[in-house]
Design a protein around this ligand. Structure first.
Ligand code: NDP
Ligand code: OXD
Length: 316
């Protein structure tokens, strides 16, 4: 009996992934060997691969012979939070050109929005207020990206042509043309002190949880902006609201929240200095990602190491 694949994503129907993977894996009989959780396959011992997005805690335990879990997104924090994650099972994250491209679009858009004061012009339009505001030069505007990995490095490269002064903060030192590298805990203070527009593209780990808080916001120059497209857990919402209300932070673009969907009574929804989007900065694209997922499934089944493995010790 050939091994089976299980798809576990309570949030996203399986259809788009099945449709994209079917031509990419002609050797797999999808009608027989692709199961959509919670429909339990007749023989859970026969499942070797799980394709998942935010699987409920404990769901993976039902498959005792899993060889790998393939995450259908970049962030694996929801999986790392599952204390019952089967020990020793390889975890693969998503690195996909479309996912990266779409995130850079979002970051460039939000950065330009604040840089060109479009949030203020939007409010002026609603007030029928026809005035010119002073225009800052991009050459003097300092953008700082928390996390200079796949997404952060690409966003930095896309921002460079506008002339911004770009820096990034990561665990290890980076060499990217035109991008100043700050790293380790000791680099965080100097990085924040030189940042007018802060972009968060970190993974959510024990070390990065709550990293945007009263203390770090206070280290940004007065009038700085915050763009969080990573995870809601990076941000202490009450601290951001306080900094917005004192005027220390001039505006924030938030795509991710501690509780999603954002609760109807959350003050961020209506805050005049906050732009809210519903975790859409970059959505996974089955059509783009299918070829790499298929290649990884083949590698795993041949007993080879898959690409884009998560470092379980680092947590990302
Ligand atoms: P990567 O793993 O490629 O990059 C992570 C970066 O963060 C690396 O530069 C890493 O440093 C740095 N980092 C990790 N821990 C620390 C730390 N403790 N201190 C300093 N730097 C640290 O991740 P991606 O770029 O692919 O993705 C980033 C996150 O974006 C995802 O985890 C996900 O949460 C979020 N995301 C959000 C989406 C949305 O729609 N809103 C869509 C896709 C992703 P080093 O390079 O030295 O290892
Ligand atoms: C991801 C996301 O991590 O969409 O891919 O948030």
């Amino acid at each position: 009996m050939p091994p089976s694949i299980v798809y576990i994503s309570p949030q996203d129907p399986a259809g788009r992934w099945r449709d994209a993977l079917t031509p990419a894996l002609p050797e797999v009989n999808f009608a027989r060997d692709f199961h959509v959780w919670p429909d339990v396959p007749v023989d859970p011992e026969n499942v070797d691969i799980a394709l998942v997005w935010r699987p409920p805690a404990g769901a993976l335990k039902a498959f005792p012979n899993l060889k790998a879990v393939i995450n259908l997104g970049a962030g694996i924090d929801a999986i790392m939070a599952d204390e019952t994650y089967p020990e020793g099972v390889a975890l693969v994250r998503m690195i996909d050109p479309a996912l990266t491209r779409h995130m850079s679009e979002f970051v460039v858009h939000r950065t330009l929005h604040f840089h060109r004061k479009l949030h203020i012009y939007d409010a002026m339009q609603r007030a029928h207020d026809w005035r010119e505001l002073p225009q800052d030069d991009s050459l003097s505007k300092r953008v700082g990206i928390l996390g200079l990995g796949t997404l952060g490095a690409d966003a930095a490269r896309h921002l460079l042509p506008f002339g911004f002064q770009i820096a990034g903060w990561s665990r290890s030192q980076k060499t990217i043309d035109g991008v100043e590298s700050f790293y380790e805990k000791s680099g965080l203070g100097p990085f924040l002190a030189r940042t007018d527009i802060l972009v968060c593209l970190l993974p959510l780990t024990a070390q990065t949880e709550g990293i945007i808080n009263a203390d770090t916001l206070a280290q940004l120059p007065k009038g700085a902006y915050v763009i969080n497209a990573a995870r809601g857990g990076h941000m202490v919402e009450a601290d951001l609201l306080a900094a917005l209300n004192t005027g220390h932070i001039a505006g924030a673009a938030l795509d991710v929240f501690r509780q999603e969907p954002l609760k109807d009574n959350n003050p961020l929804w209506d805050h005049p200095k906050v732009l809210v989007t519903p975790h859409i900065a970059s959505l996974s694209s089955p059509g783009s990602a299918a070829a790499d997922i298929a290649e990884n499934i083949r590698r795993i089944r041949r007993g080879e190491e898959p690409k884009d493995l998560v470092d379980m010790n680092a947590g990302y």
